[in-house]
Every structure is written in structure tokens, then in C-alpha cells.
Design a protein. Structure first.
Length: 385
């Protein structure tokens, strides 16, 4: 792509086929045929020009040896956290990881033993449940409560019982797929509950930068916790890999440090270091424009559904670009999956997010408005038969 491109022209359709994209090139195999892919949580938008420019500059150097522990990237991450979320981690508590999902798996091993119960609140991003099961821990599900209008809350009574036995709680903050940005008071209550029971909280905050509501980093309230994040989602560079872990508590930090070295996920690659550093240092203006476009897409979707599919329960998400649509009035999960295949629309089925996902689909609207409209037209065809 020519470097003169407008990186905030989010209406521009950029073909992604043939780029090794899971979302686009992998959709045929995943859905069993050609679809309009609106599933995997990445965006169909060009990344900030400065990130491309900094990557090109790095590529001009002909040597790609082992990268360092990324001091520039870690400083940029701390500066970004302070600027974007109003909380600066203490020096030395932020470390590098190869990615947020590998770090989530490592945290389960670091803070629990095989057979230990680990709390997860579904419906939730599937790797939360996989991280528990694949590490031979007991999956302790405490489903969120849906008020019927698409607003989800933590099930406090069930959590009070669960934390008595659990050593670890995996928190998705903001919450994918329900669209909630947890308030400071909700996080305060959760933290106090877990602290009183000696239950460690690992908070995946990878979507936090795209919050429309105020986001509170969990360790800002309770230092005996772990924050995992990356620039991957918020700057559309997830394919680069890389991420950070913030652990203010020295004892937890040592245990996690030991595990990520044992698992060899304590490093990332040279291009990821460059891309994340550039994004956090120079990407604020681009991201502000992005959040505005996503907000407009969310409004467009709401208006479309109100007129064309009024039985769909849609609550505008408080962050990002993931719409959690209650479509149960239009048929069973099996019927809806068949109809979506017929209309060639690729969405994430609700049941894949665990209990509470029945009758839902997740739609990724981080795409040019014209593509979103095509997707909604196909959704309308699928639901109305």
C-alpha cells in the first residue's frame, strides 16, 4: 500500500484475501464455504501510517537477531497506560510476553495446581475456558446474569460461594462478548470479595483501549492481581504477536516470571516490539478517530436492526466492535447456523462462548460501513428465512 494513504479513511474497503488472514483466508475452511466473514476479532482497517513507517524503518536494517527484553516498548506501554487510563504502573512491574492468550494459560499454571478450581464467568471468550481445561484444572463456571435487555451483571451471590474454594479468577475486562465495561464500583466489589478469600484475579484487558465508557485497570484497585494486555486489538496489529503483563505484587510477579520462562513465552519478535512501541507512542489520534467510527457503526447497526429485525435484542456495546445479538426468537441455534450458511454470513455462534450463549451470535462490525450493511442484509435474510 502506498504510504500516502489516509489511515483514518475507515470507509475504504481494503481487500484482505491472500494475506494469510484467519478472518478472511481461513473462513472458507471454518464455515465450510465462502462467507462474508464477520467473526474473528480483528478489524478491516489500515493501521496507523506511523506504525507502518516505523516497521519499514526497522526492516531497512538487514539483521534480525534475538530481540532484547523491550525496554522502549515497556516504557511506551506504561506511558500509554497513564495517558489513556489514568494509572501508571510502578517501575519494573510491567513485563513482556509472547501474547495475551499464552500468558493467560501460563497464569493458570503459575497460580494453581492441577485439580484446583478456577472461576470463569461465561458467556466469555472461549480461551478462558480452554486455559482451565487444558491445564487440568477444575472449571468453576459462574455465569453472568442477563436482565433480558442485553445488560449483563456479575452474579454476586454465586461469586461469594465460588471464591471460598477457588484460588484463581479469570476476568475479562472489558467483557467479550457481552459488551460490558465494568465500572470501578463493580471491580472494587469483585476485588474485595476475592482478596478476602485469597483468590488471585487475572484480568485480560486487551480490549480496554477501545472503551467508550471509563475503564479502570484492575491492579489500580487491587495490586495483588495480574493485568494482561497488548496493542494488538486496539491498533489492529494482532498478527504481530506480543503483549505485556503487569504484576504490582512482588510474590505474584516472581511466580509468573518463573512460569513464563519455564514455558518460554517471555519474549516476542523484533517487529512486534517495533509495532507496539510505535502504536503506544504515536497512535492516540488515530485511535480516537477509530473509536468515533466504531461508535457510528454501532449506531448504524442499531437503527438497521430496529427497523428490519425488531425481535433481535441488541444493546450497544460499551467498547470496541463486537455486537452480542440475542436472536433466539428467530429459531434454534442449529436452525440459525444453517440459515447463516445459506446466506453466506460468517458469525461466531453464541454457544461457543459457554453457558448463556445459547440463542446468540457475535458480529464483528469493525469494517467499512458498506461491508457492514451487506452483512446486516445477509443477517436479515438468514433470520427471516
Amino acid at each position: 500500500m502506498n504510504m500516502a494513504y489516509d489511515d483514518t479513511d475507515f470507509d475504504k474497503v481494503i481487500p484482505r484475501q491472500g494475506t494469510g488472514s484467519l478472518k478472511w483466508d481461513g473462513a472458507h475452511a471454518h464455515f465450510g464455504g465462502e462467507v462474508l466473514p464477520m467473526w474473528v476479532a480483528d478489524m478491516d482497517f489500515a493501521v496507523p501510517r506511523i506504525v507502518i513507517a516505523d516497521l519499514q524503518k526497522r526492516l531497512e536494517h538487514p539483521i534480525f537477531g534475538y530481540p532484547s527484553n523491550g525496554p522502549d516498548m515497556l516504557q511506551a506501554a506504561d506511558d500509554w497506560m497513564a495517558k489513556r487510563h489514568g494509572w501508571r504502573p510502578e517501575p519494573g512491574v510491567t513485563g513482556m510476553v509472547s501474547g495475551v492468550v499464552p500468558a493467560l494459560f501460563a497464569a493458570v499454571r503459575a497460580f494453581t495446581q492441577p485439580g484446583d478450581p478456577v472461576i470463569v464467568m461465561p458467556p466469555v471468550y472461549p480461551p478462558f475456558m480452554t486455559a482451565v481445561r487444558k491445564n487440568a484444572r477444575e472449571l468453576l463456571l459462574v455465569p453472568l446474569q442477563n436482565n433480558g435487555a442485553g445488560v449483563y451483571e456479575m452474579h454476586w451471590a454465586a461469586l461469594e460461594n465460588a471464591v471460598r474454594n477457588a484460588k484463581l479468577l479469570l476476568l475479562c475486562s472489558p467483557h467479550n462478548p457481552t459488551g460490558r465495561v465494568w465500572t470501578a464500583s463493580e471491580l472494587q466489589r469483585l476485588g474485595a470479595l476475592c482478596a478476602s478469600a485469597g483468590c488471585v484475579v487475572v484480568s485480560d484487558e486487551i480490549h480496554a483501549d477501545l472503551s467508550h465508557a471509563e475503564h479502570t485497570p484492575f491492579p489500580a484497585l487491587f495490586p495483588r492481581s495480574v493485568l494482561l494486555t497488548s496493542a494488538g486489538k486496539s491498533f489492529n496489529i494482532a498478527g504481530m504477536g506480543g503483549g505485556i503483563a503487569i504484576l504490582p505484587d512482588p510474590e505474584l510477579r516472581q511466580r509468573f516470571h518463573d512460569e513464563i520462562h519455564r514455558s518460554q513465552i517471555h519474549q516476542t519478535n523484533a517487529c512486534a516490539l517495533t509495532a507496539m512501541t510505535s502504536a503506544w507512542r504515536h497512535g492516540a489520534e488515530w485511535q480516537t478517530a477509530l473509536r468515533g467510527y466504531l461508535a457510528d457503526n454501532a449506531s448504524f447497526m442499531g437503527e438497521y436492526l430496529t427497523h428490519a429485525l425488531p425481535a433481535v435484542v441488541y444493546r450497544r456495546p460499551e467498547f470496541g466492535y463486537l455486537a452480542w445479538l440475542d436472536v433466539h426468537r428467530y429459531g434454534s441455534d442449529e436452525t440459525l447456523a444453517r440459515r447463516l450458511r445459506q446466506t453466506r454470513l460468517g458469525l461466531n455462534p453464541g454457544p461457543s462462548f459457554g453457558p448463556g450463549g445459547e440463542g446468540f451470535v457475535r458480529l464483528n462490525f469493525a469494517t467499512p460501513r458498506s461491508v457492514l450493511e451487506r452483512g446486516l442484509e445477509r443477517l436479515q435474510q438468514a433470520l427471516l428465512g
